[in-house]
Design a binder for this molecule. Structure first.
Ligand code: ADQ
Length: 720
C-alpha cells in the first residue's frame, strides 16, 4: 500500500550553488509524522509543487536519500504566483483567518488556483492504486480531492486543513460561484479533518447553507458516498523537544543566553512574520506593561524573533515596516543606552538556537489573532523538562482548546496582555510546575505521531462504496421471494410518497389510485403478513385513503399510529408551533409558490414549486433563523428535498417501529422507502436482520436499490 502525501511544498529544498546542487531534507513535525507511518507494508510518497527547475531535479534527484518517493510537480512560474500569492495567500489565508478586509479577490487568481489543482490531479492520477491512501494537506489544495475523484473514482482520499475553517458568514463573502466550487469540491474526499470541533462545526454549517447537505453525527452523504468529518488536533514531536533540553549544544546555548541577560527575566516569542500572528498588539501589550510596571525597568527583556514569510505580498511587507517602526519607538521610549527592552531578530533559528531560547526564557508570549493550531505553544511546553516557565497564549488559537493551563488572553486586548505579563513574571515556581506538568501530559499523550496515526487509521476504515446499495437484480429478487415464501410471519413496512406513489408538485395531488388499494388489500389478506404503511403525512390523509384496509398506519413520522384506533404515541407538547408557523408564513409571502403545510405536531415549508434558486436561498435563511430560534427546544429541523420541516425529535420512523413492533416475532421483514427520513427505519430493520430497499438515487444504508415506484409495485405484486 502506498501513502501518498500531497502538500503545496515538498519535504526538501534543492538549491544550486554555482555548479553544485544541494538537497536538504526538511525536519518539521509534519514530515516526521508522515515518515513515522512508513514500514514494510506502507510505501511513502510525497507530491508537492517544485520550487526548482526540472533540469535541476533530473540532475540532483539521486542525491535524495530520505524515506519518501518524491513527485515534484512543475508549474509555470506565472501561474504559480497567481495560485500561491494570489488566491491562496491573498484570498483564502486572510479570509479563513477572519481578515476579510485583507482579501483581494481576482478572477484570474481563482482560475489559476483551479488550474494548478487540476494539473496536480492529472499528473498523479497514475500513481494511485486501489489499496492506496491519498492524504491532501491544506488550503492551497482544497479542490484537489474532487479533481482526483473524477479521475480515480474509487480512490481513498483524506483532506486535512491546517488553518481555521471560519464561520459561514465569512465564506459567504466570496463570489457565489467561487465559494460553491470550493466548498463542494472538498466533498471529493472521504475524510475531512480539522484541528478543532469549532472548525468542524463551521464546515458542517457551511455545507448545509451552500449545498443543502445536512450531517448526521458529522457524516455527510454526497453523490452516493459517505463523507466523515472529524477533529484531529495536530501536535509536535514531544520527545524531540523534551529530550532536547539535555542536548549538550542546547545546554551551552542556554547558558550563553542566560549569561548574556543575567539579572533579567526573559520573555520570548517566535513566529512567521504574518499579520495573523498579532505581533503589533503583542508589542503594544508589552509597552503597556512597561508603562505600568516601572519596577521592571532594566530587569526584563523581550526577545522577538520573526521569520520572513511571503514578503512579496504587500500586506506582509507593510506589516514588517509597521512592526520594525514600533519596536524602534518602544526601545526609544522605554530603553536607555544600557538597556533595550526589545531584542529583535528578523530571520530563522536552527533547532539548537530555538531550544536555547525556549528553555532559557521565563515566559513565552504567543498572541495570534487567529491561528489554526499554533505549534510554537506546544513546542515551548514540551521543551520545558525543568518544568519552569509560563506560557501566555492567545485564546484565538486552536491550541488554546487543549492548553487550558496557559495564561489565556484576548490577543487584541493590550491591557490584558500587560496584566498577564506581570502575573507570569511573578508566578512562583510551584505554580509554574503545576501548569506545565498538566500541559506536558496532554501533549505527550497526543503527540504528532498519534495525530498522523489517528488520521490514517480513520482513512483505512473508510468503506469503499459505503452508501451504495446493491442494485436489486433478478437473483436478489428470487432469494427475497424464497425467504418470504418460507416465512411464518412477515412484517412488511412501506413508505408512501416516492415509494408507492410518484412525488407530485403538491402533496394533495398524490392520491393513491385503485391499483395501490388492491395491492395493499391483497398483501393484508395473507394471514402471515403484518403490513405497515409509514409516512410523514397527516393521519386524516392516511385514514381517508387507506382507512378501510386492515393495515397498521403510522402518520407524521411516527407521532400517530392506527392499529384498530388512532393513537398518539408521542405526547410531547409543541409550544414552538405558533411562532414557527408565523416565521414560515413570512417566508411564503416572500417566496412565490412556496407554502406551509401544518400537521398536528409538525410544520413544513415546501418550496418545490418556487423558483429553484431563490427557493433554495430562502430555505437557507429559514434554516439559519430556525436553528437560532429553536436552539433549546427538543425539535429536529429537517433539510429535506425542497422542504424544510420542523418536528419533535421523537417523531422518527425508526423510533416508531421500535416502539410498535417486537421484531423477534417475525422471521421475515421487508422495508421499502425512498427518503432521508426512511434511513431511520432502515437502520432499525437492518439491525433486526430484515431486508431493506431504497427507491431511487442518493446515499442509503439500505441493502438493495430499486430504480423507481413501478419497480416497487411489480415486486410487491410478486409477493402477493
Ligand atoms: P504556521 O502558521 O507556520 O503553521 P505554527 O503552528 O506556529 O504556525 O508553526 C510554526 C513552526 O515554525 C513551528 O514549528 C516553529 O518552531 C517554526 N518557527 C517559527 N518561527 C521560526 C523561526 N524564526 N525560526 C525557525 N523556526 C520557526 C500552520 C498554521 C498553524 C498550524 C500549523 C500546523 O497556521 O495554525 O498549527 O500550520 O498545522
Amino acid at each position: 500500500m502506498k501513502i501518498i502525501n500531497i502538500s503545496n511544498r515538498l519535504p526538501i529544498t534543492l538549491q544550486r550553488k554555482e555548479d553544485e546542487l544541494i538537497i536538504r531534507t526538511s525536519s518539521g513535525g509534519l514530515v516526521s509524522a508522515v515518515e513515522s507511518l512508513g514500514d514494510k507494508k506502507n510505501e511513502l510518497h510525497w507530491v508537492g509543487v517544485a520550487d526548482f527547475s526540472r533540469v535541476d531535479w533530473l540532475k540532483g534527484e539521486n542525491q535524495y536519500k530520505g524515506d519518501f518517493t518524491l513527485h515534484p510537480i512543475f508549474i509555470d512560474e506565472e501561474k504559480y504566483k497567481l495560485y500561491y500569492n494570489g488566491f491562496s495567500n491573498s484570498v483564502l489565508w486572510p479570509l479563513f483567518h477572519y481578515f476579510p478586509s485583507f482579501v483581494e479577490y481576482k478572477k484570474e487568481y481563482f482560475d489559476a488556483y483551479l488550474e494548478v489543482n487540476e494539473d496536480i490531479a492529472e499528473q498523479i492520477k497514475f500513481l494511485i492504486g486501489p489499496a492506496d491512501l491519498v492524504w491532501i494537506h491544506d488550503y492551497q489544495l482544497i479542490p484537489l480531492a474532487s479533481y482526483l475523484r473524477k479521475l480515480v473514482p474509487n480512490a481513498k482520499i483524506g483532506f486535512f486543513l491546517h488553518i481555521p475553517f471560519p464561520s459561514y458568514e465569512l465564506i459567504r463573502i466570496l463570489p457565489k460561484n467561487c465559494r460553491d466550487i470550493l466548498v463542494k469540491s472538498l466533498l471529493g474526499a472521504d475524510l475531512l479533518g480539522f484541528h478543532t470541533f469549532d472548525y468542524v462545526q463551521h464546515f458542517a454549517t457551511t455545507i448545509q447553507m451552500i449545498a443543502g447537505i445536512q450531517h448526521k453525527n458529522f457524516h455527510l452523504q454526497y453523490n452516493g458516498r459517505l463523507i466523515k468529518l472529524g477533529s484531529f488536533p495536530i501536535s509536535v514531536d514531544f520527545n524531540k523537544f523534551h529530550q532536547g533540553f539535555d542536548n549538550s549544544e542546547v545546554m551551552s546555548e542556554r547558558t550563553k543566553i542566560k549569561n548574556l541577560y543575567e539579572g533579567k527575566k526573559i520573555i520570548f516569542s517566535v513566529d512567521r512574520l504574518d499579520y495573523t500572528k498579532g505581533i503589533i498588539y503583542r508589542l503594544k501589550g508589552y509597552a503597556n506593561f512597561l508603562e505600568n510596571n516601572s519596577e521592571w525597568k532594566e530587569k526584563v527583556i523581550f526577545i522577538l524573533v520573526a521569520v520572513p514569510s511571503r514578503d512579496s505580498i504587500f500586506k506582509y511587507a507593510e506589516r514588517k515596516e509597521i512592526i520594525e517602526k514600533l519596536i524602534g519607538e518602544i526601545n526609544g521610549k522605554y530603553g536607555n543606552y544600557k538597556w533595550s527592552p526589545i531584542v529583535y531578530q528578523y530571520g530563522s533559528l536552527d533547532f539548537i538556537q530555538l531550544m536555547g531560547l525556549y528553555t532559557s526564557c521565563d515566559a513565552a508570549l504567543i498572541s495570534p489573532i487567529r491561528d489554526g493550531m499554533n505549534l510554537v505553544a506546544k513546542e515551548y511546553v514540551a521543551s520545558r523538562k525543568d518544568k519552569h516557565g509560563v506560557l501566555l497564549l492567545s485564546d484565538m488559537t486552536g491550541a488554546a482548546k487543549e492548553l487550558t493551563e496557559a495564561l489565556l488572553f484576548n490577543p487584541l486586548d493590550e491591557n490584558e496582555i500587560s496584566l498577564h505579563l506581570a502575573e507570569a513574571l511573578q508566578m512562583d515556581e510551584k505554580e509554574q510546575e503545576r501548569r506545565i506538568e498538566i500541559m506536558q501530559n496532554q501533549i505527550s499523550k497526543n503527540d504528532v505521531f498519534k495525530w498522523s496515526d489517528n488520521f490514517i487509521q480513520q482513512m483505512k476504515s473508510i468503506k469503499l462504496n459505503s452508501g451504495i446499495s446493491k442494485h436489486f437484480d433478478y437473483s436478489d429478487r428470487l432469494s427475497v421471494l424464497e425467504k418470504y415464501q418460507s416465512s411464518k410471519r412477515c412484517l412488511i413496512i412501506l413508505d408512501y410518497d416516492g415509494t408507492l406513489m410518484e412525488l407530485k408538485s403538491h402533496p394533495d395531488l398524490a392520491t393513491p389510485g385503485e391499483e395501490i388499494n388492491i395491492l395493499l388489500t391483497k398483501l393484508c389478506q395473507k394471514n402471515k403478513n403484518e403490513v405497515v404503511l409509514i409516512s410523514g403525512r397527516k393521519k386524516e390523509a392516511l385514514e381517508s385513503w387507506f382507512g378501510k384496509i386492515p393495515l397498521t398506519l403510522i402518520a407524521e413520522h411516527g407521532i400517530f399510529v392506527r392499529k384498530e384506533e388512532w393513537e398518539n404515541i408521542i405526547t410531547e407538547s409543541t409550544p414552538w408551533k405558533k411562532d414557527v408557523q408565523n416565521i414560515m408564513e413570512r417566508f411564503s409571502e416572500n417566496c412565490a409558490s412556496s407554502f406551509v403545510e401544518e400537521k398536528s405536531s409538525s410544520l413544513s415549508w415546501h418550496y418545490r414549486n418556487a423558483d429553484a434558486e431563490s427557493g433554495f436561498a430562502q430555505s437557507r435563511e429559514l434554516i439559519n433563523l430556525l436553528s437560532d430560534y429553536l436552539i433549546s427546544t427538543n425539535v429536529n429541523i429537517l433539510d429535506g428535498n425542497k422542504v424544510v420541516e420542523v418536528k419533535p425529535v421523537q417523531a422518527n420512523k425508526g423510533e416508531a417501529l421500535k416502539k410498535m413492533f417486537d421484531f423477534s416475532q417475525y422471521d421475515c421483514c421487508i422495508c421499502i422507502g425512498d427518503d432521508k427520513t426512511d434511513e431511520d427505519m432502515f437502520e432499525v430493520v437492518n439491525h433486526n436482520k430484515g431486508i431493506t430497499l431504497k427507491v431511487g438515487k442518493g446515499y442509503s444504508i439500505a441493502q438493495y436499490r430499486l430504480d423507481g415506484v413501478s419497480h416497487v409495485i411489480s415486486f410487491l405484486n410478486q409477493l402477493t
